[in-house]
Design a protein around this ligand. Sequence first.
Ligand SMILES: [Zn+2]
Length: 132
Amino acid sequence: MSQETRHDEEGPDRPASPAMWRGFRRKCPNCGQGPMFETYLKVSDSCPVCAEELRHHRADDGPAYLTILVVGHLMAPVIHVLFTQFRPDPLVMATILTVGCVALSLYLLPRLKGLVVGIQWAKRMHGFGKTA
Ligand SMILES: [Zn+2]
């Protein structure tokens, strides 16, 4: 079967950028209105607004890797500047960096998971491509 035939069966085009942005905002990648998550990191089986099935996602460890990547690249310069410019007491520095890393990680993890689910939805990965 040719690639064109498969594309015709898949349905309308799904642009990746809006889906990723909606996912980052923790909204349904299809409508952008309904919440993507039931709880902090549990993706809803389907969107309560447009009924798009979201249970097909397979984000797995991807959001955690992305969170570590982003937090590491943001906090490494902070450590450098904090140490070279201000030289705080080690306990103060450890407290500031620990709270900063944990807070930034908890902020980014569900948003990056939403972004990954948005990519998977837009690219019709896993079960997202199947029509019901
Ligand atoms: Zn929706």
